[in-house]
Design a protein around this ligand. Sequence first.
Ligand SMILES: *[C@@H]1O[C@H](CO)[C@@H](O)[C@H](O)[C@H]1NC(C)=O
Length: 220
Amino acid sequence: MEALQIIVAIFILALASSLTFASDPSPLQDFCVAINDPKGSVFVNGKFCKDAKLAKADEFYFSGLHIRKNTSNIFGSTVTPVNVAQMPGLHTLGISMVRIDYAPNGGLNPPHTHPRASEILVVLEGTLHVGFVTSNPDNRLISKVLYPGDVFVFPVGLIHFQYNIGNTYAVAFAGLSSENPGVITIANAVFGSNPSINADILAKAFNLDRKMVKNLQSEF
Ligand SMILES: *[C@@H]1O[C@H](CO)[C@@H](O)[C@H](O)[C@H]1NC(C)=O
């Protein structure tokens, strides 16, 4: 009997903590404009919010997503984020968005994950080969070629990419289910960490010789 009660208690605790930490918090008020200086602010939902009476339209506003960004970089892609860092009114709302520009003939948004968000992407211009890989043990690649008007979803936490296989610029917009989705670019995190991961560890993990690991580490 006592054991059963303990199991029930553990179950309830597990449920409660999953409700608390599984996703961005639900707002307990209309909005909570993020503020860095806690002076003149109220403390709601575990965060500092600007006094609601002082909120301004500009804190719920961003301009410039119509502009094509320069994609002359090593990957040939540029992400323009609109998350809580650019739009303080997003705080506690659990959503954000990005514009992504891809250079013609191979512009790549390289394999990366968003630890806190699923991403739903719509192509406006161009032709993108997109995909994500399922978790262990299957590691199945789920991929598709997208054309203007096509929509694809990348589930939370999974490694995904988009690659411009057309000979024109490509443009996509995406919505993300967090005010602060986070980005982990796989190559940068693994081969470009600061300080570096010991080359012997990466050589073993990737079945590469140490010299190749050193080369990769110098690239990222
Ligand atoms: C794009 O960026 C590259 C590299 O920084 C620069 O050389 C080029 O002039 C830029 N192009 C435009 C149109 O601004």
